[in-house]
Design a protein around this ligand. Structure first.
Ligand code: ZN
Length: 372
């Protein structure tokens, strides 16, 4: 072997091993599943050959899919970021003091982050308070609007539900902030390893497999299926589970889709746990080709999912905040409104920070049309 080639191989090997060690040990990228957590992961019927699998197999990645990604990435002319300011309302001061009144109220905080008051408890789903949906601050999708003011001063959140470990759903600094205030975290199998890495006390972590549930303050929190994947860095593809969440209270209940493609699990959730007062359904971040749409519903799929789980009102999420996929920033909501109207779905479109109370009419406005 030529001397130059030998050195090139040595240098490349060092770079690969060095990057692996770096990603493995830098906290924002999370922890590795080991010990008791690994035993529970390995015992899951969804875990095969060292990784989690979906119920339905992933379609093979076609050459034209890859070509589609590349051309869209390089030449796509969509307006992926809002061209002017997205309106953001402040959290109402009344939310800062007392225990929540009985009932179901929600405030969309952008992307998939939603604050929920459900029968006297405070919940957050997929909270990301950071400026970037990325383990590395300053790199990756940047938020297009601020958080509603006072979001980080909300009183203690009782339960934080995490759907999976992608950076636009699970953020180290947000988790540490909520953990320091005593929140309990409900996560799919394996995701607890990231929380361990970030020094969340073990007593505050509940890991569940699909269809497993936990009780808290009168609520039943059920980890329900999704069709997606996970990865925090490049060496942990599908090492942890992904899910949707169903929360059943004494008087109200709510479903959150997580990130998912459309599949028959929505019907199963609707049959077993529906109807729901509210469906919080992902409408954005879909892309070209069967491979992408398998794990990311488009807006029409989202309305189908909403109908399948039998929810009375639909709150669309996973749009407007982080630019991740190849569509206009407002395409998800315009298509979702059209699909919802066609199926007589009560779709609410609050502004970021705007309160929606279940059981009360909500006057949706097409606020995104003002952003030009
Ligand atoms: Zn995801």
């Amino acid at each position: 072997m030529k001397r130059g080639l030998k050195w090139a191989i040595i240098v490349v090997s060092f770079v690969i091993i060095g990057s692996a060690l770096f990603l493995e040990n830098w906290p924002p990228f999370g922890g590795s599943v080991s010990g008791e957590r690994l035993k529970r992961v390995q015992a899951s019927p969804r875990y095969h050959d060292g990784k989690f699998v979906n119920t339905h197999p992933h379609p093979p990645l076609e050459a034209e899919d890859v070509w589609g990604y590349l051309t869209e990435q390089l030449f796509g002319d969509q307006i992926r970021v809002p061209p002017s300011a997205v309106p953001v309302l402040a959290i109402p001061p009344a939310f800062m003091k007392t225990r929540p009144a009985p009932g179901l109220r929600v405030i969309w905080l952008g992307h998939s982050t939603v604050y929920i008051e459900l029968d006297g408890l405070r919940l957050l789903i997929d909270p990301v308070f950071s400026d970037y949906a990325s383990p590395v601050d300053g790199i990756g999708p940047k938020r297009s609007h601020p958080l509603p003011s006072a979001t980080t001063e909300l009183p203690k959140i009782d339960a934080v539900l995490i759907s999976h470990d992608h950076a636009d759903h699970l953020d180290m600094r947000t988790v540490q902030h909520l953990s320091s205030r005593g929140s309990r975290f409900f996560v799919p199998l394996g995701v607890g390893a990231h929380l361990d890495e970030w020094e969340v006390p073990e007593r505050q972590i509940t890991e569940l497999d699909w269809w497993e549930s936990a009780k808290m303050g009168g609520l039943t929190i059920i980890c329900t299926p999704a069709q997606h994947y996970s990865s925090r860095e490049i060496f942990d593809y599908k090492a942890t589970l992904w899910s949707s969440w169903s929360v059943i209270g004494p008087r109200h209940n709510v479903f959150y889709s997580g990130d998912s493609g459309i599949a028959d699990h929505f019907q199963q959730i609707g049959d077993r746990l529906g109807p729901f007062d509210l469906g919080i359904i992902k409408i954005g971040q879909y892309g070209p080709g069967a491979s992408w749409i398998y794990s990311h519903m488009d807006p029409e799929d989202a309305v189908r999912a909403h109908l399948a789980v039998r929810a009375r009102r639909m709150l669309p999420v996973s749009w407007a905040t982080f630019n991740i996929a190849f569509h206009d920033w407002d395409e998800p909501i315009t298509r979702a409104v059209k699909a919802a109207n066609a199926h007589d779905v009560d779709l609410v479109t609050p502004r970021v920070g705007e309160l929606v109370t279940m059981g009360e009419p909500f006057r949706s406005q097409s606020w995104w049309e003002e952003i030009r």
